[in-house]
Write a protein that binds this ligand. Structure first.
Ligand code: G6P
Length: 609
């Protein structure tokens, strides 16, 4: 999710690379750097913080060359420091590398390198990749050959860009699952992780395909597949304006981020499932701590709170571990009763939410163990928690959170499975869960195919005066998140509650025109949900069901339906049902002319009480 830049041509390559990085700033980052070929040497300048820190450094120590690569980093492995910033040298300082993605088997590769006497300057997986390429380069051949051999040793997602001091004016790149785009110029060529960084220089671009590698000079671009066969060049002309390009061609960041969810699930799982059917969560507490914990408190705001509810569902169902979920603002002023053996989990996309941070500090003052589940590595909550797990969802720009929610629930699921593994929870098939989780990106991509039918439903429902979100168990929790999306971006009043609670009051609000969206993914409660559907219809309400039910019962009962194919686990089906709800909120808001990425009265990061 980081930014990649690369340039070869007649211009000052460092200036171009820095300009490209600036054009990727909207993605968010925590450090930046460039490597430039100067004579027969490669020089690297890199700094933690904004690009301003890098440009100040370059102002006092200017670099000039015709070939440079640049990177703006979104920390995953290792905090945002100068040392962890890219580019990274190989062990001999002949090669400089920048990398997006995660090398899942970096720990094994690093151990191998350390055993051979190499020392590392950073905590990143990327530096390990540089060393492996360096290792292959020593065995001879071109840089392209070395990268092709090296990537066979990598597991995971990557876009890699490399320069060597012995191959002037040549950039080599490789791609697997992380985007990399080549820009074709006149007497100059470019590379970037995203189209906006190329548009000021060229509109002729070509995305590198999965498993392909490129060798780029001023006048030539050569692309090969993993077996070394040539791939024909097929540049495309881009006529988007820069703002549209930043949104990847989508009308809004929210829609882009909804569509990123399959990829985000993959990134969130990357490196966290070992080859033996086990979870590998780095940096969490040691096993004896997990055996000691008697209660979990999950503390968060907004969407993160809703992810916390899903965590509660799983922790109690799978682990029988008592779990409470608190709004941060209530927790901090509520004089909470905290068992000394409890664990407090803080869920936050930004890692800066004032109430969540204050609740964290309260727990620390009471000497309670704290664990963060945070998207922004290096944020206050990530730094202050005893331990932190990164959600790895990449920067989220839309105020209404979508992909961060999915990633938070995935991390909570991995955590539950990790605890189950440590505690050897009887009857829980961790390996089955993990293999289903690995299939989840594909399932999420299938669910996204409902988009056209959701669009048509939005047209039909856009003037609804009120929308209920109902369900049971995990479906009720997902309904809370679906309701939040609809109210925050489409300004439609919502009433969300467990379906069984309806008749204790909310049912009074049902009348013609009112819509009730039922999440119905749990076969154990299908009959009960059908009864609740009938209660709504008997009062002239319209029922829209979002369901993975395969018996046909829900479809038969509901007036309108969005269906998707189930996974093996009900909990994951409930999670997937959030996607149609996000899309519905999006299209209703769009049809009603609402400001989608920046809804009225709301902020992305609430750093005040
Ligand atoms: C704001 C955002 C929400 C977010 C909440 C918590 O209200 O608009 O999208 O869920 O803050 O933020 P956090 O960064 O702690 O997850």
């Amino acid at each position: 999710m980081c930014g990649i830049a690369g340039y070869i041509g007649q211009r000052n390559a460092v200036e171009v690379a820095v300009d490209q990085l600036r054009r990727l700033e909207y993605r968010g980052y925590d450090s930046a750097g460039v490597a430039v070929q100067v004579g027969s040497e490669i020089e690297i300048v890199k700094k933690a913080g904004t690009i301003r820190f890098l440009t100040e450094e370059l102002a006092s120590n200017p670099k000039d060359g015709r070939c440079a690569i640049g990177h703006s980093r979104w920390a995953t492995h290792g905090g945002p420091t100068d040392a962890n910033a890219h580019p990274h040298f190989d062990q001999d300082q002949h090669i400089a590398l920048i990398h997006n993605g995660i090398i899942e088997n970096y720990a094994e590769l690093k151990d191998e390198m350390i055993a051979r006497g190499h020392t590392f300057r950073s905590q990143t997986d990327s530096e390990v990749a540089a060393y492996v390429i360096g290792d292959e380069y020593r065995h001879g051949g071109t840089l392209l050959d070395a990268v092709r051999r090296a990537v066979r040793r990598f597991r995971g997602a990557y876009a890699l860009v490399v320069v060597s001091d012995s191959e002037p004016e040549t950039i080599v790149a490789a791609r697997n699952a992380s985007p990399l785009i080549i820009g074709f110029g006149e007497g100059e060529n470019l590379l970037a992780s995203d189209i906006p960084a190329l548009l000021p220089y060229t509109r002729s671009v070509m995305a590198l395909e999965e498993g392909h590698l490129a060798e780029i000079t001023r006048d030539t671009v050569k692309i090969i597949d993993g077996d070394g066969h040539h791939v024909p060049l097929a540049p495309q002309h881009i006529d988007w304006d820069i703002a549209a390009a930043e949104r990847g061609g989508y009308d809004h960041f929210m829609l882009k981020e909804i569509h990123e969810q399959p990829e985000v699930i993959r990134a969130c799982l990357a490196g966290r499932i070992d080859g033996k059917g086990g979870v590998r969560l780095e940096g969490v507490f040691s096993d004896n701590v997990w055996n000691e914990i008697d209660r979990v408190n999950i503390i968060a705001c907004g969407t993160a709170y809703h992810a916390g509810l899903m965590g509660k569902h799983l922790f109690e169902k799978l682990l029988r571990l008592p779990t409470d979920v608190y709004y941060s603002s209530e927790f901090r002023y509520g004089d909470p009763v905290l068992s000394p053996r409890s664990l407090a989990i803080f869920v936050s996309q930004s890692g800066e939410t004032a109430d969540t941070l204050a609740a964290l500090r309260l727990c620390k003052s009471r000497r309670i163990r704290t664990l963060g589940i945070v998207n922004v590595v290096g944020s206050s909550i990530a730094r202050e928690c005893d331990r932190t797990i990164a959600t790895q969802a990449g920067p989220e720009i839309s105020v209404a959170s979508t992909k961060a929610y999915t990633a938070q629930v995935i991390v909570l699921s991995l955590l539950a499975l990790h605890i189950a593994q440590v505690q050897e929870t009887p009857g829980l098939r961790v390996a089955d869960w993990l293999s289903e989780l690995q299939l989840l990106p594909g399932h999420a991509a299938k669910v996204l195919e409902v988009e056209e039918s959701v669009k048509a439903l939005a047209e039909q429902l856009k003037d609804m005066p009120l929308c209920f979100f109902l369900g049971r168990g995990a479906d009720a929790y997902v309904g809370y998140e679906g309701a939040l999306k609809l109210k925050e971006i489409a300004y439609i009043p919502t009433q969300e509650s467990p379906a069984g609670e309806m008749k204790h009051g909310p049912l009074a609000l049902i009348q013609a025109g009112v819509v009730s969206l039922f999440g119905a993914t749990d076969p154990a409660t299908t009959d009960k949900v059908v009864s609740n559907i009938k209660e709504v219809q008997a009062r002239s309400g319209t029922v829209l069901a979002v369901t993975s039910d395969t018996t046909g019962a829900i479809k038969k009962a509901a007036d309108l339906v969005i269906e998707f194919a189930p996974t093996k686990f009900d909990f994951l089906n409930a999670l997937l049902s959030v996607i149609p709800m996000q899309l519905l909120a999006y299209y209703v808001a769009k049809l009603n002319g609402c400001s989608i990425d920046q809804p009225r009265n709301l902020a992305k990061s609430v750093t005040v009480e």
